[in-house]
Ligand binder design. Structure first.
Ligand SMILES: NC(=O)c1ccc[n+]([C@@H]2O[C@H](COP(=O)([O-])OP(=O)(O)OC[C@H]3O[C@@H](n4cnc5c(N)ncnc54)[C@H](OP(=O)(O)O)[C@@H]3O)[C@@H](O)[C@H]2O)c1
Length: 228
């Protein structure tokens, strides 16, 4: 599948890009500038010690969204709305996985505290700006550290939420390709309000050094209730 990582030059986007490249997917690193996107592509080549990557390229965010079949949004909360507006045309009719964390640090506060948005979840806010896209909350609870530790499996589940059942099946099949990850459907998009609040909890555990790259696992899932 052709996947664009919108804002793919930061820690979270780069980690997701590497994992999808390793899984054999076609990845487009998106950025506000083509130069920064290309630098991120070069960095991945260096990290993976491989020069020739036919399944990896760079593009500006709007071009990346237009070319991709599915995209992952990995920008800070403060950049979420403007970035969504910049990809609106290209993202129409497509799945957008939103990893945005509504952290208090967006307004100068602590990354271990949540911001309460009038729209509900950050992913619900993206859905309002992108009414023609299929928003799925995802990747919120997998740290960039765990993603970037790309020689090891990821010791974390991926909790997702969204209103389009078919889109969630597509996303679950894709994310389940990442070693160690189990995708857990948490229900409609409004459940993103809960999923996103786990992130500052995990960040707090990392800061206290209770954990390194803290993650979350859901146990007791009935196989009959899996998405596919
Ligand atoms: N890092 C983690 O461990 C982690 C874990 C779970 C969820 N998340 C969430 O994932 C998202 C990305 O996290 P991150 O740590 O990768 O963030 P980041 O490094 O701060 O930013 C990612 C990219 O967003 C773009 N960006 C930054 N400020 C912008 C602005 N004002 N306007 C437009 N674009 C801007 C930049 O791309 P260009 O300059 O190339 O355009 C930047 O490289 C956040 O919402 C975060 O809460 C992160």
């Amino acid at each position: 599948m052709k996947i664009a990582i919108i804002g793919g030059t930061g820690g979270q986007g780069l980690g997701i890009a590497i994992r999808f490249v390793q899984a054999g997917e076609d990845v487009i690193i998106g950025s506000r500038t083509i130069e920064k996107a290309q630098a991120a592509v070069d960095k991945i080549k260096d990290l993976l010690e491989q020069d020739d990557f036919p399944n990896l390229k760079a593009a500006e965010n709007s071009d990346a969204a237009s070319e991709a079949e599915l995209m992952v949004l990995t920008v800070p909360l403060a950049a979420q709305t403007s970035t969504c507006k910049s990809i609106k045309e290209g993202a129409a009719g497509k799945i957008v996985i939103d990893a945005t964390g509504p952290l208090e640090s967006a307004i100068g506060g602590s990354p271990t505290r949540c911001l309460y948005l009038p729209e509900g979840a950050a992913a619900e806010r993206s859905q309002k700006v992108l009414p023609d896209s299929k928003l799925i909350c995802g990747f919120n609870n997998i740290s960039s550290g765990a993603l970037m530790n790309f020689n090891e499996p990821i010791d974390c589940d991926c909790l997702i939420a969204g209103d389009d059942q078919e889109a969630k099946v597509t996303v679950a099949k894709l994310i389940d390709k990442l070693p160690g990850v189990q995708t857990v459907d948490c229900g409609p998009l409004e459940r993103a309000q809960i999923i996103e609040k786990i992130t500052p909890l995990l960040i707090g555990l990392n800061i206290k050094k209770t954990c390194k790259d803290a993650g979350i696992r859901i146990t007791g899932i009935d196989p009959e209730c899996k998405l596919y």
